[in-house]
Ligand binder design. Structure first.
Ligand code: SAM
Length: 289
């Protein structure tokens, strides 16, 4: 049971709503970092269940024990469906986990745009398990500005755009808006694809709203279902969108063939073609009408 001396981090359920009707708590067994940047509050602590935990604006972003699920599922479905992405853009993702997974596809260029320079600084220092040196790769360029503005400067340049922001509050809110989705569409090449971290399936308006906005912009949009044990908000939704190929028509045999060509020596702990296909099975209650 909780004792007076112990320090706890408490997060309200369905992050982004923070209605405080249901609180989840993590024992802070070792406080690693606590600070505030121009954009967000930051907290990093150790917990013997989840390992090192990274929190922005009172919402868990990742934990050492399960960040691989999030980063593998955000990156590999779209990049394997694309079959040979060379120019990749990541908006957000300042912890470096998404970047680490993108580099496994041997791109020519990856641009990472995170509004908050301080996230990269503390991630490099206290979360080495996310980037695993990815920021040192010569093909990577890091910029610090609002991804909403950056997006407008490129036309038909990227093969892949990945939106790895936070929940739809604070600086991340702009990354869930319809005009931003059009800017992504324009910045992608003719056969370009995009991947989006969306949120908990408990947040029906967010899921339905994001899907219908993306469907207005992209001809093909698919949802992926995953569970992040450290998120305490039930099944989690990512989406992928394509300008040209039908993402729903990527068959398991085709995916297995590409995966065999991609896989040698790549340490993946969650994603494989069967998980790709299984993650597309959405329970009736969560399906978008
Ligand atoms: N990879 C993380 C995970 O595993 O959950 C996802 C969250 S990542 C830490 C979210 C990042 O998005 C933060 O570093 C934040 O600074 C950045 N961000 C939020 N809004 C942004 C914006 N409008 N433009 C660029 N970066 C933004």
């Amino acid at each position: 049971m909780k004792t007076k001396k112990q320090k706890w981090f408490s997060e309200s359920t369905v992050p982004g709503k923070r209605d405080g009707k249901m609180i989840h708590s993590f024992l802070i067994e070792n406080l690693v970092y606590k600070g505030k940047s121009r954009y967000q509050d930051m907290l990093i602590f150790d917990n013997s269940v989840y390992g090192r935990v990274f929190v922005l604006d009172n919402i868990v972003q990742l934990s050492e024990s399960d960040e691989f699920i999030y980063h593998e599922m955000l990156v590999h479905p779209a990049l394997l469906a694309h079959r040979g992405p060379k120019k990749i853009l990541i908006i957000g993702g300042g912890d470096g986990g998404t970047l680490r997974e993108c580099l496994k596809h041997d791109p020519e260029e990856v641009i990472l745009v995170d509004i908050d320079k301080q996230v990269l600084e503390i991630a490099r220092r206290y979360l080495p398990f996310t980037s695993q040196g990815a920021f040192k790769d010569k093909r990577v360029r890091v910029l610090h500005e609002d991804g909403k503005n950056f997006m407008k400067r490129y036309k038909e340049y990227f093969d892949i755009v990945i939106i790895d922001g936070g929940d739809p509050i604070g600086p991340s809110l702009a990354l869930f808006e319809y005009p931003f989705y059009w800017d992504i569409f324009e910045a992608l090449k003719k056969d370009g694809m995009a991947a989006f971290q969306i949120g908990s399936f408990l947040d029906t308006p967010l899921i339905q709203g994001s899907f219908s906005k993306l469907r207005k912009v992209f001809p093909s949009v698919v949802m992926f279902r995953l569970t992040m044990p450290s998120y305490h908000c039930g099944d989690y939704c990512f989406m992928a969108a394509s300008k040209k190929i039908d993402l729903g028509a990527v068959s398991l045999p085709a995916l297995k063939k590409r995966f065999q060509a991609f896989k040698p020596g790549k340490a993946l702990k969650y994603y494989d073609p069967c998980m790709d296909q299984a993650s597309r099975v959405i329970p009736p209650a969560f399906r978008v009408k």
